[in-house]
Ligand binder design. Structure first.
Ligand SMILES: *Cc1c(COP(=O)(O)O)cnc(C)c1O
Length: 415
């Protein structure tokens, strides 16, 4: 079960044994799972907690008078409290459960966004995931608002001066990736949020690539919205959360209508529940919320500072070794990066590279990483991307490097 984490003298973590799937050979090889930017594997405690929920706690929440319903409700709300702790939100009432980052951002666009007027502006960065672009485009089509984006520099850093120059009195909201899923760039969110507030705009942070890899504090950051997905922090798919500053949440209109989000309903008029329940229509992903709490406890039990340190050591090692290979170009070399290594290999298409690495048991991602405007900015169709998690170690880096060298031989581009 909850195997204690043994830290080596180097401070590196050794948590692979907590994740059953990593013991499963893939294509006859030891699996080197380096596609954590897409989704993370699940520790045994999370897998077992899911079974345990259905064996011992399952009932619908918030409605039942019977013991199981109250028990399930308590566990669901404990999951919300775990999210509050993860983000250091002031109150669990500031946390809305959603299906994930994408739904969280759409929720903001379709509730808060309804207040936009023609000519209002939304400013995002040039390195956003499609999830933090397309909901705003849809909103702009409906409201006549305008979507703008700030430039990305050649090394993958945000051009902060360009961001500043695009802020103005019409800017209503800025949308910022905390960490770029395509490049690994860590954006200076505190500074960007201060700048946004300086012109009276709200700030939404896409934390999909951040929460599992570094300590997040929405109060210190002073953001208005913070979105993330459970499946990228060792939890299940289909559950995620949105933090909303309490004073803003209180004034947001409902989103989807249905059960659980109402106080009273009549054919003339309905009234809405207070707090996060107003945005959780219908039967929620109850087990997902409960087990997300388990995943958060697992991560916080190890410590996000230790996880960040572990991944930083591995990223440095992977970067150095990949850079040393002839014909390999790293895309995204910002000074502040999380554990994501995007790269190109001369003479080999990223998809071919991904396929060859797969035969070696190395799982990476190849393509545009749901960030097509960013790829266009760099004049490339996509990259190969290795993305790290707390269970990766030097053997995974070895497998990646050996796999790339093998691909170079196969393509006759080794020098
Ligand atoms: C994965 C990801 C998303 C989308 O998350 P979903 O779980 O698919 O909703 C959004 N933004 C970033 C930066 C991501 O990495």
């Amino acid at each position: 079960m909850n195997a204690p984490v043994s830290a080596l003298e180097t401070g590196l973590l050794d948590c692979g044994a907590d994740f059953p799937i990593l013991a499963q050979p893939v294509r006859g090889r030891r699996l080197a799972y380096l596609d954590n930017g897409a989704t993370t594997q699940k520790p045994r405690v999370v897998i077992e907690a899911l079974t345990q929920f259905y064996e011992q706690s399952n009932a619908n929440i918030h409605r039942g008078v019977h013991w199981l319903s109250q028990h399930a409700t308590d566990r669901y709300e404990a999951g919300r409290e775990a999210v509050r702790r993860l983000l250091n939100a002031p109150s669990a009432r500031d946390i809305i459960f959603t299906r994930g980052t994408t739904e969280s951002i759409n929720l903001v666009a379709q509730t808060w966004g309804l207040s936009l007027k023609p000519g209002d502006e939304i400013l995002v960065t040039g390195m956003e995931h499609h999830s933090n672009i397309v909901p705003w485009q849809l909103l702009c089509e409906r409201t006549g608002a305008v979507l703008r984006h700030a430039r990305v520099l050649d090394d993958g850093q945000l051009d902060v001066e360009d961001f500043r120059s695009q802020l103005n009195s019409r800017t209503r909201l800025v949308g910022i990736a905390h960490v770029s899923n395509a490049l690994g760039t860590i954006n200076p969110v505190d500074e960007l949020i201060r700048m946004a507030h300086g012109v009276g705009a709200l700030a939404l942070v896409d934390g999909a690539q951040a929460v599992a890899h570094a300590r997040v504090d929405v109060q210190a950051m002073d953001c208005d919205f913070y979105a993330f997905s459970g499946h990228k922090i060792y939890g299940p798919t289909g559950i995620g959360a949105l933090y909303v500053r309490g004073s803003i949440l209180a004034g947001l209109p409902p989103w989807q209508g249905g059960g659980d989000m109402i106080r009273t309903v009549s054919f003339e008029r309905s009234t809405w529940a207070d707090g996060p329940q107003r945005f959780e229509a219908g039967t929620a992903n109850i087990a997902g919320a409960v087990v997300l709490g388990t995943a958060i406890d697992y991560v916080m039990g190890i410590g996000l500072d230790r996880i960040a340190a572990h991944e930083a050591v591995l990223l440095a090692e992977a970067t150095e070794r990949m850079q040393a290979l002839p014909g390999v170009r790293i895309v995204g070399t910002a000074p502040h990066k999380a554990g994501i290594l995007s790269f190109l290999v001369d003479g080999i298409h990223p998809h071919d590279l991904g396929t060859i690495l797969d035969t070696e048991g190395v799982a990476i991602r190849a393509g545009h990483h749901c960030a097509m405007p960013l790829m266009t900015r760099f004049g490339i169709p996509g990259t190969a991307r290795a993305s790290l998690a707390l269970y990766n170690d030097s053997r995974d880096v070895d497998a990646l490097v050996a796999g790339v060298q093998k691909a170079q031989k196969l393509f006759g581009v080794d020098r």
